[in-house]
Design a protein around this ligand. Structure first.
Ligand code: GTP
Ligand code: MG
Length: 517
């Protein structure tokens, strides 16, 4: 699919695609091959990597998002591999070997990718899963091995995907004419859903920074990264001040605190209970489960309280529901989910299994995560993809080793960026400079740059959601003026560069308000 009439996600991507097509005859064969790959990716769905530390619940969330329990969780060698879930007309999994060979894998009887592949895993590059699920039509979801795992090879795979290992590991593929550096430049994910659990560690920060830096030449953190605080159900409410003993409230407060330490690298940290989301979204919650819960709801208060104190007590306590059924409930819902279900049954004893499933889904927080994915990723995929593509184009030219070629590519990019419709790309670049710390800005100005650069509609970009037009217009003009003088007086060269871009962004917003009204 190198075709000239690809369907791009929007005008920016189309402009970058056009640039690649025009440059193709003027560059060497290797760079041209890279450009073909860039073009292919530009017309493909946005690639979102789900990343995070080992056992943080990445695969569980992937399943919840896709709506099918297809990624193996917990054990097996698959959890050490990168798996790309993309749309296909027939469900199919392929093992892709480092030498480019592919081998079709059967799903196991429950429709999951078999946790053991039966091949030498050190020869495997990654897995490609094609699924008919509608969610994947405009989003390719990439499950990754945990960062911080003991197994260096899996970490390397993830880092390579996230772009952290720019010059790393020459996993040479003979099947195409791209060298490793170039392949890496175009292979990285375009956006990341970062999974943390209670307590953000220094290496979480590092991984996110690496991702931002790798895609950095034109891309930004808060534009293409969101984080979730997974396993919200396991937060001990009493340890979080202000939670009033409520688990969800405690998790929300914790997530807000983590947002402070992860900002400005991510747009948001949202609490989520991946396990409940997975169980309720993938058909894991059955009417037999509902019946078992119904029986448990009838126990006397004291037994119920005791059983809900720990997983051990829950399965070991003497009770009419069999121990194996209880373990199954634990596996699917964990204690908090069971408590949520029992609550719902108390409130409405005749509640149907379907409604119970819905209650569990609602309490998982998945809707909030989906909403953010839509707002942050999907709505901006044109800008994100265009920026990623430009970063790849730049890296390819850099790697070519031909100064003339590098100059031609550089000039073409400058021409592109000078166009008004490409200003969004400049803004993304400015955002990156500020959020990565490359340009030092006072906190309030940093926030402003992020706001202006993060899209979501003119009023949101101006920080005046839902305000009348006159107010938007006046404010845009006032800030445009302010940033212009900031660019000229009293700013460092880096700040001045950013300020020019922000000034112009406000000016374009002002125009937009005037024309829109
Ligand atoms: N209580 C609870 N358990 C969860 C939640 N999400 C995932 N788990 C459990 O955590 C374990 C690890 O989940 P995975 O989805 O395999 O985690 P992962 O991050 O993909 O793990 P690796 O790929 O090995 O790094 C599984 O037993 C899940 O059932 C959650 O929200 N709450
Ligand atoms: Mg996993």
């Amino acid at each position: 699919m190198t075709g000239s009439e690809g369907h791009w996600p929007g005008p920016l991507s189309a402009a970058v695609a056009n640039l690649c097509q025009r440059l193709q005859p003027q560059v060497g064969p290797r760079t041209a091959a890279g450009f073909r790959e860039v073009l292919r990716r530009l017309s493909a769905p946005l690639q979102v990597a789900v990343a995070g530390r080992i056992k943080s619940g990445k695969s569980t969330l992937v399943n919840a998002l896709i709506g099918r329990r297809v990624a193996p969780t917990d054990v097996g060698e698959c959890t050490r591999l990168v798996t790309r879930f993309q749309y296909g007309t027939v469900d199919r999994v392929e093992v892709v070997f480092t030498d480019g060979r592919k081998q079709v894998l059967p799903f196991d009887s429950s429709g999951t990718i078999p946790p053991e592949l039966g091949v030498d895993i050190s020869t495997v590059s990654h897995l490609e899963a094609y699924l008919t699920n509608a969610v994947l039509r405009d989003l390719t979801v990439i499950d990754t091995p945990g960062l911080g795992s003991l197994d260096a090879a899996s970490v390397a795979r993830t880092e390579q995907l996230l772009g952290a290992a720019a010059e790393a590991e020459p996993e040479v593929a003979e099947s195409d004419d791209l060298d490793p550096v170039s392949r890496n430049a175009v292979a990285g994910a375009e956006a990341v859903l970062y999974v943390v659990t209670q307590g953000v560690r220094a290496d979480d920060q590092q991984a996110l920074a690496a991702f931002t830096a790798a895609t950095a030449s034109r891309e930004a953190g808060p534009v293409n990264a969101i984080a979730v605080l997974n396993k919200a159900d396991t937060v001990v409410a009493d340890t979080v001040e202000g939670s009033g003993g409520d688990v969800w409230k405690a998790a929300t407060l914790l997530a807000e605190k983590q947002a402070l330490s992860l900002k400005p690298r991510v747009a948001d940290v949202l609490p989520v209970i991946g396990l409940l989301a997975e169980t309720s979204e993938t058909g894991g919650f059955t009417s037999a489960d509902a019946d078992a819960l119904r029986q448990l709801a009838q126990l006397d208060e004291a037994s119920r309280m005791t059983m809900l104190m720990s997983a051990d007590l829950f399965t070991a306590w003497d009770c009419p529901v069999s121990a194996s059924v209880r373990s199954r409930l634990l596996e699917k819902l964990d204690l908090h989910g069971i408590a949520v279900a029992l609550h719902a049954l108390d409130a409405e004893p005749a509640i149907t299994a379907g409604a119970l499933r819905r209650t569990l889904l609602d309490s998982s927080g998945l809707a909030g995560v989906r909403g953010r994915i839509d707002a942050v990723f999907r709505a901006r995929s044109d800008g994100i993809k265009a920026a990623a593509a430009l970063a790849s184009v730049t890296a390819l030219a850099q790697a070519s080793g031909d100064p003339g070629e590098r100059q031609r590519v550089h000039d073409a990019i400058e021409v592109l960026l000078a166009k008004p419709e490409a200003h969004q790309l400049r803004l993304l670049e400015a955002l990156t400079l500020v959020t990565s710390g490359a340009v030092d800005m006072p906190v309030d100005l940093t926030e402003e740059v992020i706001r202006v650069g993060s899209g979501g509609g003119v009023d949101a970009q101006l920080g005046l959601r839902g305000r009348p037009r006159q107010e938007l217009e006046a404010y845009a003009l006032e800030r445009a003026g302010w940033w212009r003088s900031f660019a000229s007086f009293g700013a460092t060269p880096g700040q001045s560069r950013v300020a020019h871009v922000v000034h112009r962004a406000y000016f374009l917003l002002w125009q937009q308000v005037r024309e829109g009204g």
